[in-house]
Design a protein around this ligand. Structure first.
Ligand code: ATP
Ligand code: MG
Length: 386
């Protein structure tokens, strides 16, 4: 139920406004009232309103001051200012100070209702974005307190706020992508995009156009201009995943982009400057790839200003219980069911498993067990489905 606050010194106007709003039955509004600015601010601080009406001319504290104080206190409720003596300047001032809208008193009914609907739509969008943000950052939460993982987390805290390039190594499914996302989240560019390129999945003849884009007509199938990943990541982070699988010719082109912070679209002739934080990852041993001439040493040095090695799960078995708990929780949320328990013996068995596929394998096993086992996951379930 959307909640609206009316801050207005005249009881008769409060009553009329309330009546008009409650008449809009389909909006299912809940209305509170405040007879002056002090009471209004107090209510705003202790409740979460989707919208506030605020009279401008009031004794004690005028409406503009209420608005200003609310902004200072980081109250995000949209304000609709109302005044009987409104001038254009007053309306402009109110909007400049962050009011959502300004209405003359007595307000035109249609205009009033349109403004209310728009303000409520905006407020529900803001709420939704907030809860999605929370969900996303929970999705990328790094679970585990083992010394091995804690040292990775410490590295992330240190390097994220810098501009430094980071090369993440570690076995399959150990959490390299999670580390990359976490660096982005904690960086100065966290409001910018996080763009991922899986270098192993793109055929080498297409990688150049994928990364740098192309101009229309630059090759047969280039029917439109295309913006590459480097440009898409402008102001944010470009995650070059599986960089160890990139062809040598693509490596040469990426090297140039990293050396000069400039790219050229395929078929284009101008250099385009890019401001992008580069984070790369691989499960290959790049030193070995270099020794065998499959990876350019100069590119390695350009990429890996900071190296983060993500440990395999068998080197941090103490994290397994917490990870099981997290995946059980995620599954129960996903299926909307009660969170399952794991019998102590079954936990022991899971802890002893080699986990060659690391955390991804553990997550898949838990998902399988949640679907196949009863309310309590027992040793025989583990034996059967591991
Ligand atoms: N510390 C962690 N806490 C919770 N979940 C994790 C953790 N590490 C990894 N995961 C989860 O495990 C899965 C695999 O992680 P991720 O994709 O980051 O691994 P990766 O090292 O990039 O794998 P690959 O080498 O196959 O690309 C993902 O679902 C990720 O969310
Ligand atoms: Mg990965």
């Amino acid at each position: 139920m959307p909640k609206i606050l009316i801050i207005e010194d005249e009881a008769s106007i409060r009553a009329v406004l309330k009546e008009i709003l409650l008449d809009q039955k389909e909006l299912k509004l809940e209305i509170d009232q405040a007879k002056d600015g002090f009471e209004g601010l107090q209510l705003l601080e202790t409740n979460s309103y989707d919208l506030a009406f605020c009279d401008i001319k009031m004794p004690k504290m005028d409406g503009m001051e209420v608005l200003q104080k609310a902004k200072e206190k980081n109250i995000n409720t949209p304000f609709i200012m109302i005044s009987a003596h409104g001038t254009t300047e007053m309306a402009v001032d109110a909007i400049k100070m962050g009011a959502y809208d300004f209405l003359q008193k007595p307000p035109d009914l249609n205009r009033l209702l349109i403004t209310v609907r728009n303000a409520l739509d905006r407020s529900s969008l803001v709420k939704e974005t907030k809860s999605l943000r929370k969900k996303v950052s929970r999705k990328y939460e790094m679970i585990g307190e083992s010394p091995a993982l804690n040292s990775v987390k410490e590295m992330i805290e240190k390097v994220a706020p810098t501009e430094a390039r980071v090369l993440i190594t570690g076995p399959n499914g150990s959490g390299k992508e999670l580390v990359a996302r976490s660096i982005h989240e904690k960086s100065k560019n966290s409001d910018g995009p996080f763009v991922e390129v899986n270098c192993a999945a793109i055929p080498s003849e297409l990688i150049e156009s994928e990364l740098f884009g192309h101009e229309k007509g630059s090759f047969t199938s280039a029917i439109k201009q295309r913006i590459g990943k480097f440009e898409q990541a402008e102001g944010g982070t470009l995650f070059l995943d599986e960089i160890g699988d990139m062809s040598l010719s693509a490596q040469a082109k990426v090297l140039r982009a990293l050396q000069e912070n400039k790219i050229t679209r395929v078929g284009g002739d101008k250099d385009i400057s890019v401001n992008v934080r580069i984070v790369a990852a691989t499960n290959k041993n790049l030193k070995k790839e270099i020794a065998e001439s499959r990876f350019r040493e100069d590119l390695y040095h350009r990429l890996g200003v900071i190296l983060i090695d993500v440990p395999s799960l068998k080197d941090r078995r103490e994290d397994i219980t917490a990870l099981i708990d997290k995946f059980l929780h995620d599954s129960s949320e996903e299926y909307g069911s009660k969170k399952k328990e794991v019998d102590a013996k079954a936990v022991k068995m899971l802890e002893a498993h080699p986990w060659e596929g690391n955390i991804r394998e553990l997550r898949n096993v838990i998902q399988r067990l949640v679907i196949m086992a009863g309310d309590v996951i027992k040793p025989e379930d583990v034996r059967k489905y591991l």
